[in-house]
Ligand binder design. Structure first.
Ligand SMILES: NC(=O)C1=CN([C@@H]2O[C@H](COP(=O)(O)OP(=O)(O)OC[C@H]3O[C@@H](n4cnc5c(N)ncnc54)[C@H](O)[C@@H]3O)[C@@H](O)[C@H]2O)C=CC1
Ligand SMILES: O=C(CO)COP(=O)(O)O
Length: 354
């Protein structure tokens, strides 16, 4: 049920200047939360037409049709102007363009500025997460990552939502909690940046798997099995890369996995569903018209898991279906008939004979 009270009615403790980079669904949703909390939001996007539309109509019709953007929102194509006055900058640029955008404007960030990635993806070259890109490109800033079960379409309707801010610096965590927290948006803290960020990127793969399962009308037992084994697989992979397994018990892990694996509001789920109904992958992505990061993450994680010997049967199976022309039935049969294994491998180590 949407929360109907407008947070702008509430006395705001401290009005800040903030910037949001990226005018898609999630950039728009976070801009709306910040503006409703009374902050001045410098909303940077590359399209002058979109800037004009948001300025004139207070609506971003391509990504959030029918949603009014109230409050002190200043849309702009001028990057330097957007971030110059802002103590905190939120970045909602898809992973494929993330480094280029930050690199191009690296000199415009100032020392100690807080920069928070909202992006749930991985860069192909070097398997870099967005926080690592920020660290490389703008090391003088203070970096954090926001991730969790955060469907943009629900946030803009003020549906009750929780998220996670991960940062080493407690001041960064506190700042983001203060900026975003309100009656319908609750912000929890973590220090495991890598785990929170990897969880957000990896779950997109399993949302595609869940969409496929939904299209095939598999039963409830099967859906539960898939979600739980997805959690086992993604945490196995992340832990091998240095993440804390406990992060996967939280909102950024199981929370985000559940929401995207059970909702057609997830774009990744919708791509899986379309493929499960017989559509070609390229057509499904084109029809979506928005980013489905899992498509790219799948390829990177498959390669990385093979290079490092991490057992990821769902990733391998999905890759065979999407890129290897394998039949969905054959892949399911292969998964079900694989060697029997342990449930929670942190309790009973997995047998290696597969
Ligand atoms: N939409 C959602 O519910 C959520 C999305 N995210 C993540 O946020 C990130 C952004 O996703 P969305 O906003 O949903 O995507 P979207 O597909 O709705 O919009 C992408 C936006 O990025 C812009 N863009 C692309 N390349 C650009 C470039 N080179 N320079 C400037 N702008 C560029 C596009 O113009 C568009 O405005 C993704 O990594 C996604 O996984 C995270 C949580 C929730
Ligand atoms: O990350 C999301 C929700 O937490 C959004 O998922 P999609 O990108 O699949 O829509």
């Amino acid at each position: 049920m949407p929360h109907t009270k407008n947070p702008t009615d509430k006395a705001v403790k401290q009005k800040e200047q903030v910037a949001v980079l990226g005018g898609g669904s999630f950039g728009t949703a976070i801009t709306k939360v910040l503006a409703e909390n009374g902050h001045t939001v410098h909303f940077w996007m590359r399209s002058p037409e979109q800037v004009r539309e948001v300025a004139e109509t207070r609506c971003n019709s391509r990504y959030m049709p029918g949603v009014e953007l109230a409050g002190d929102i200043r849309p702009t194509t001028d990057f330097a102007a957007a971030i110059s006055q802002s103590e905190t900058v939120f970045v909602a640029i898809p992973s494929k363009a993330f480094r280029n955008v930050i690199r191009e404007h690296a000199d415009e960030f100032h020392d100690g500025q807080i920069v928070i990635s909202l992006t749930k993806g991985i860069e192909r070259e070097g398997f870099k997460l967005m926080s690592e890109i920020l660290q490389e490109e703008i090391p003088r800033t203070r970096i954090g990552v926001l991730s969790g079960p955060n469907l943009a379409g629900e946030i803009v309707q003020r549906e009750l939502t929780a998220t996670v801010i991960a940062a080493k610096d407690p001041d960064v965590r506190r700042t983001v909690q203060n900026l975003l927290g309100c009656e319908y948006f609750r912000v929890y803290a973590n220090v495991d940046i890598y785990g929170v960020e990897l969880a957000g990127a990896l779950k997109n793969i399993y949302a595609i798997v869940a969409g496929l399962a939904s299209a095939l009308e598999l039963g409830e037992n099967a859906k539960s099995m898939l979600i739980t084994r997805s959690l086992a697989e993604m945490s196995r992979f992340a832990v091998s890369l240095g993440a804390n397994p406990m992060t996967f018990m939280g909102l950024a892990g199981v929370g985000d996995l559940v929401v995207t694996c059970t909702s057609p509001k997830s774009r990744n789920f919708r791509v899986g569903y379309a493929v499960g109904k017989g559509q070609q992958l390229d057509d499904a992505v084109e029809e979506l018209g928005q980013v489905a990061e899992g498509i790219y993450t799948l390829q990177l994680v498959k390669e990385r898991s093979e290079d490092t010997g991490i057992y990821m049967p769902l990733v391998r199976g999905l890759h065979e279906i999407l890129y290897g022309g394998a039949s969905i039935k054959a892949v399911i049969s292969g998964l079900m008939m694989a060697a029997q294994n342990s449930d929670v491998e942190f309790i009973l180590p997995r047998t290696l004979t597969y």
